[in-house]
Write a protein that binds this ligand. Structure first.
Ligand SMILES: Nc1ncnc2c1ncn2[C@@H]1O[C@H](COP(=O)(O)OP(=O)(O)OP(=O)(O)O)[C@@H](O)[C@H]1O
Length: 245
């Protein structure tokens, strides 16, 4: 049985989702689910539609056909706003403010600053909380963005390429933190164009050219193809499924 087929408690369900951006079909009839309290990787080459699908889940994407439900409600419902955190590829950080002030700002938008320390600790920013954001490294800035989303304690955290450009140590550290969040009950949907990141995910949604290639796991990718390298396994899967055409 494929990953997710028998899960009743899905955080996200996409059925027959198609998104046209201009004349281009960015997402083409995609069915996929994101189980609760787990890490789902949304993987595929650059331009395959990862951001578009995430925006459909957030409810910010126009021209979405098919159905996208989040915690049983239509994507974009007002009742979902406080339950979702979305971290885009571009860091959304006020560089003139300190790290803590950034997090407090986003906390105030949610009417509660109760979780500021918790959010800073979750991404290991406590030691630099007083520093101006403009003096931070790229990896630290990325973590400020994540903390800004975490401060509202979202049930579903959507992260668009959070590890891109980070060194291997920082990448591993971030994945550990994502795992801790999932273990504590948060659902994570994480995009990446790096197949190796599949090993950190409980389940995978593989996309290519807007089409669903497979819903699977890293272990299943290796087993079904006999390839140890996930890049090679992905290539074999798209060849075998005809998605390479
Ligand atoms: N505003 C837009 N108008 C028309 N087409 C767009 C627009 N934004 C994106 N696209 C196209 O939609 C497709 C999917 O883009 P999307 O950003 O979702 O892919 P992605 O997998 O997230 O890529 P990346 O990893 O490079 O961010 C691409 O072919 C892209 O060129």
């Amino acid at each position: 049985m494929s990953y997710g087929e028998n899960v009743t408690e899905n955080a996200v369900e996409c059925r027959g989702v198609t998104v046209k951006r201009g004349k281009h079909v960015a997402i083409d009839d995609v069915d996929a689910v994101v189980p609760r309290a787990s890490i789902t990787g949304l993987l595929g080459p650059s331009g395959c539609g990862k951001t578009t699908l995430m925006r459909a889940v957030i409810g910010s994407q126009r021209n979405v056909q098919g159905t996208v439900t989040v915690f049983g409600l239509p994507a974009g419902s007002a009742a979902l706003r406080s339950r979702l955190g979305y971290v885009t590829q571009a860091a959304s950080v006020y560089t003139d403010l300190s790290v803590r002030e950034n997090i407090v700002y986003f906390a105030r938008l949610q009417n509660s600053t109760a979780n500021v320390d918790e959010a800073l600790a979750a991404v290991d920013l406590v030691d630099v909380a007083g520093q101006r954001a403009k003096n931070l490294s790229g990896g630290q800035l990325r973590r400020v963005s994540i903390a800004s989303a975490l401060v509202s304690r979202p049930d579903l955290l959507i992260l668009d390429e959070p590890t891109v450009g980070l060194d291997p140590v920082l990448r591993a550290d971030l994945w550990q933190r994502f795992r801790a969040l999932a273990d504590a009950g948060t659902t994570l949907l994480v995009s990446s164009h790096v197949m190796d990141e599949a090993d950190h995910c409980d389940g995978l949604i593989l996309l290519r050219d807007g089409k669903l290639v497979a819903t699977t796991t890293a272990a299943e990718m290796r087993n079904s193809t006999g390839e140890q390298s996930l890049d090679e396994a992905f290539l074999k899967i798209i060849t075998d499924t005809g998605a390479a055409a």
